[in-house]
Design a protein around this ligand. Structure first.
Ligand code: MN
Length: 438
């Protein structure tokens, strides 16, 4: 799965000119999938592939060329807007489609004239959730996040004793996962103000973002049949950006003893493009435990995972307030971190999730948890950046923030860069906080 091939060749160029610019997130080496239609058309959704500043419309591409029968079978559901059908196919078939799309989009390919008519400018595309997300689990793999937040909630006991043994997670709600660009209202919640003896109800005051990655499940596993480490990555389709909006004041009051509930289930924003695990092959990195930490138990360990279980993905959070927008000020970067710093790998999350026989289904979303780096300015949430709301940050407009205000737009971005590989990106995951219901 993690081997590179001709589709990763950094010298490969596309006949789509915008895919060859140095700063595009979507060169021909990437080829992420998303669900879209022409903006304002009301047409049925179909699956497309981002290439430069265009989308290759697979509904049009299905009819434009004489594809081999095995590719037709993969393309037909995609033309109907069904990405889950491709996710359910074995890795070799998914790879076959990637290789065919790469070839058809390559500079010099003689099918360019036919396929050029299947391009839609991304500026004219309306994007929605990339697949049907049946279930959503949120993990807690950011050990720096877990430690910093643990200190705020439990100063004398920040990292609980299970953390370095168990990939901690909880079951979230898939129904409130929304596509990038869709706003959401500040939720109403029950909170206990500091020093108060009884809780009150109202718009939440400590609204936060969480910088996460979404892991999309490929093939399902049957109920009762765990996925081993050796098989685990075959069950991962790809990754997107994921903002797990959080109401910290609700969370602090509700989270014991069963964990997050209404503090998390009002909205989570996912990016439109799924970058496949294959596209990420050049950016794999060794998985290492800090000296003195326990090694993973055997069911969470493998030679391949140690050698290249991690992925080097650079992550960023950007904020633009309503006042900044009004003044023409660009969004401001709040922090940067890297997925390499996560405590558990994709394979370990899949192996752990299924060790009890739990059945994952194609299109399920596993959140990584907030991905903070070891430095204070690498924090993936405002809770950490502002030390629990005690140290406000200052924006370019002169405004300050401890938590999010109405009108704030939060945008997550990610790129992979490495010498000898073509840089690829994830696009943007963005949403604006709207005022609470009166
Ligand atoms: Mn989360």
């Amino acid at each position: 799965m993690s081997l590179t091939d001709a589709t990763h060749d950094p010298a490969l160029q596309s006949w789509v000119a915008s895919a060859n610019t140095a700063d595009t997130d979507f060169p021909i080496q990437n080829l992420p999938y998303g669900r879209f239609r022409v903006r304002g058309s009301g047409e049925p959704w179909r699956i497309g592939v981002a290439i430069g500043d265009q989308v290759l419309d697979l509904r049009l591409a299905l009819d434009a060329l004489a594809w081999p029968a095995e590719l037709m079978a993969l393309l037909q559901p995609l033309a109907q807007g069904d990405l889950n059908a491709l996710m359910a196919r074995p890795p070799a078939e998914r790879h076959g489609l990637r290789a065919a799309l790469s070839q058809a989009l390559s500079a010099g390919d003689d099918r360019a004239p036919e396929l050029a008519g299947c391009l839609v400018p991304q500026a004219n595309a309306e994007l929605t959730l990339p697949c049907r997300i049946g279930d959503y689990t949120d993990f807690y793999t950011g050990i720096h996040h877990a430690t910093t937040v643990g200190k705020l909630f439990r100063p004398d006991n920040p990292l609980l004793p299970n953390y370095k043994w168990v990939p901690i997670g909880y079951h979230g709600r898939a129904s409130s996962i929304i596509p990038s660009g869709q706003g959401f209202r500040r939720p109403i919640g029950q909170t206990l103000a500091p020093g108060a003896s009884e809780p009150t109800v109202g718009p939440v005051r400590r609204l936060d973002y969480e910088l996460e990655l979404a892991i999309f499940v490929a093939q399902a596993n049957a109920l009762g049949e765990p996925v081993t480490m050796a098989e685990a990555e075959a069950h991962v389709f790809g990754l997107g950006l994921f903002n797990d909006w959080s109401a910290r004041d609700v969370q602090a009051w509700e989270y014991q003893p069963l964990g997050p509930f209404l503090s998390k289930s009002f909205a989570s924003t996912v990016s439109p493009w799924i970058v496949t695990l294959e596209a990420l092959a050049p950016f794999r990195a060794a998985f290492e435990r800090p000296a003195g930490d326990p090694q993973p138990l055997p069911y969470l360990d493998s030679v391949a995972n140690r050698a290249q279980g991690a992925i080097d993905i650079q992550l960023e959070v950007w904020l633009q307030s309503a006042a900044m927008r009004a003044q023409g000020l660009a969004p401001q970067r709040l922090s940067r971190s890297n997925f390499r710093d996560a405590y558990w790998t994709l394979a370990q999350l899949v192996a752990h999730h299924t060790m009890n026989g739990c059945n994952l289904q194609s299109g399920d979303l596993l959140g990584t948890g907030t991905l903070s780096g070891p430095q204070p300015d690498q924090a993936g949430s405002l809770l950490e950046l502002t030390a629990g709301g005690k140290q406000p940050i200052t924006l370019a407009s002169g405004e300050t923030r401890t938590f999010l205000e109405d009108g704030d737009t939060v945008t997550l971005r990610a790129v992979c860069e490495r010498p000898g590989a073509r840089r690829i990106g994830f696009g943007a995951c963005s949403a604006t906080v709207q005022q609470a219901m009166a």
